[in-house]
Design a protein around this ligand. Structure first.
Ligand SMILES: C[S@@+](CC[C@H](N)C(=O)[O-])C[C@H]1O[C@@H](n2cnc3c(N)ncnc32)[C@H](O)[C@@H]1O
Length: 346
C-alpha cells in the first residue's frame, strides 16, 4: 500500500495546530472566564477539524493499522498537557486499572463527573455528551428496566451481574424499591471495583453479594460455574466489547451450562458504526471490539443458544449498543412477554 505522504503531513499539521490553538484558547479562558460559550464553540470546531484529519488518515492507511496507532500515540503525546486537563480522558489514557473503561470511569459517566473549568471541562463535557457516553448511561437504564419487569413477577429471583463495575444498575433498582427480595450476586475481576461498588450501593450493600471473579476463568469452566449456577437472570454490560470471539463464545457457553433451564441473560456490545469511535480512539486511547448484529448473534448461536430464544434490541431508538436477550433452553417458570420493540433474532 502506498501511503500518501500528504495525508500524513496534513494530519501532523492538524495535530500541531490543535496543540497551539488549544493553548491559546486556554489562556483566553483564563483571562476572559465569562466567554465560555464562545470558547466552547471554538473548541468544538478544533476537535472536529482534528477528527476530520484523523479519519482521512484512517481511510488512507486502512491496511496499515500500526501506522494509525503510532499517529494516535504521537497525537496524544503532543497534546498531553491539554488532554490531561480532562478527568475522563486522562483516566482513559492512563488506565490505572489496566484498561480504559474501568469502574470509576463508568461511574463518572453515570454521575456526570467533570473538572471545574477551562478546556478540561470542555473535554469532559464532550465525553459525557458524545453518543457513546450517552449510550453507556442508556444501556444501564435499559438493563434496569429489563430486570425491573422480570422482578415484578419473580421478586425472589437470583440475579448475576457479570463485570458489575460500580453497581449503579443495582443501586438504581434498589433505590426504586425493585429487587429488595432478590438474591443479587455482583461479580467483577477487580477488587478495587468491588470496594467502589460497596460504597455506591451504600444502604443496599448488604443485599448484594460482591464477589471477585474473573470472567475468563468462568469461560474455561467445563461444568457449571458455582457463582452463576442456578441463576434466573444474568446481565453483563461493558465486558463483551473487550472479548475476542473465541473467548466470548466460550464464556456464553459456560453461562448457558450454568444458568438454570428457562432462565434468561442480557448481554451488551457496542455495534459497528459508533459515531464516537474516532474521538474515543484518538483522544482517549479507548478501542472496543465492535460487532454487527449478525456477528453478535452468532456468538450466542455458536455457544448453543437456540435461535428462537434470542432477541436483539438497542438501548434506544437509533441506539448504538446491541442488547441481546437469550433464553436457556428447558422448561422454567419464565414466560416473560417480549418487550416493546424487541425483534426476534434472524
Ligand atoms: C466497562 S466496565 C462495565 C461495568 C458495569 N457492567 C457497567 O456497565 O456499569 C467493565 C468492568 O468489567 C470488569 N472486568 C474487566 N475484565 C473482567 C474479567 N475478565 N472478569 C471480570 N470482570 C472484568 C472491570 O473491572 C470493570 O469493572
Amino acid at each position: 500500500m502506498v501511503m500518501h505522504a500528504n495525508t500524513l503531513e496534513a494530519f501532523q499539521e492538524a495535530a500541531f495546530r490543535f496543540q497551539s490553538d488549544t493553548a491559546r484558547l486556554q489562556l483566553r479562558l483564563e483571562k476572559q472566564p465569562h466567554d465560555v460559550p464562545g470558547a466552547r464553540l471554538e473548541f468544538e470546531r478544533m476537535v472536529e477539524s482534528l477528527l476530520d484529519a484523523a479519519r482521512a488518515l484512517e481511510t488512507e492507511a486502512v491496511h496499515a493499522p500500526e501506522l494509525v496507532r503510532r499517529a494516535q500515540a504521537a497525537f496524544r503525546e503532543l497534546n498531553a498537557s491539554v488532554l490531561s486537563r480532562s478527568w475522563l480522558i486522562d483516566r482513559s489514557i492512563k488506565k490505572p486499572r489496566g484498561y480504559p473503561g474501568d469502574h470509576a470511569l463508568l461511574d463518572a459517566l453515570y454521575t456526570g463527573r467533570t473538572v471545574h473549568g477551562g478546556i478540561g471541562k470542555f473535554l469532559d463535557d464532550r465525553v459525557l455528551g458524545c453518543e457513546a457516553g450517552r449510550a453507556v448511561v442508556a444501556r444501564m437504564r435499559f438493563a434496569a428496566e429489563w430486570l425491573r419487569r422480570r422482578l415484578a413477577w419473580n421478586p425472589t429471583a437470583k440475579i448475576v451481574d457479570l463485570a458489575c463495575g460500580p453497581c449503579r444498575l443495582e443501586r438504581e433498582l434498589l433505590d426504586a424499591g425493585a429487587g429488595e427480595r432478590a438474591h443479587w450476586i455482583a461479580l467483577d475481576g477487580d477488587a478495587e471495583a468491588l470496594a467502589f461498588a460497596e460504597r455506591v450501593l451504600g444502604p443496599h450493600a448488604e443485599r448484594v453479594q460482591l464477589r471477585r471473579e474473573n470472567a475468563l476463568r468462568i469461560a474455561r469452566d467445563r461444568g457449571a460455574s458455582p457463582l452463576v449456577a442456578g441463576a434466573d437472570y444474568l446481565v453483563s454490560l461493558g465486558l463483551f466489547d473487550y472479548l475476542p470471539r473465541h473467548i466470548a463464545v466460550a464464556l456464553l457457553g459456560a453461562i448457558r451450562r450454568s444458568l438454570r433451564p428457562g432462565s434468561e441473560l442480557l448481554i451488551g456490545n457496542f455495534a459497528e458504526g459508533n459515531p464516537s469511535r474516532a474521538f474515543m480512539e484518538w483522544f482517549g486511547d479507548w478501542p472496543l471490539i465492535y460487532r454487527s448484529e449478525k456477528q453478535f448473534l452468532d456468538l450466542f448461536r455458536e455457544a448453543g443458544f437456540p435461535q428462537d430464544g434470542l432477541s436483539l434490541e438497542r438501548e434506544s431508538d437509533h441506539g448504538i449498543v446491541l442488547l441481546v436477550t437469550g433464553r436457556v433452553p428447558g422448561s422454567g417458570r419464565i414466560k416473560e412477554q417480549q418487550q416493546p420493540g424487541a425483534v426476534a433474532a434472524s
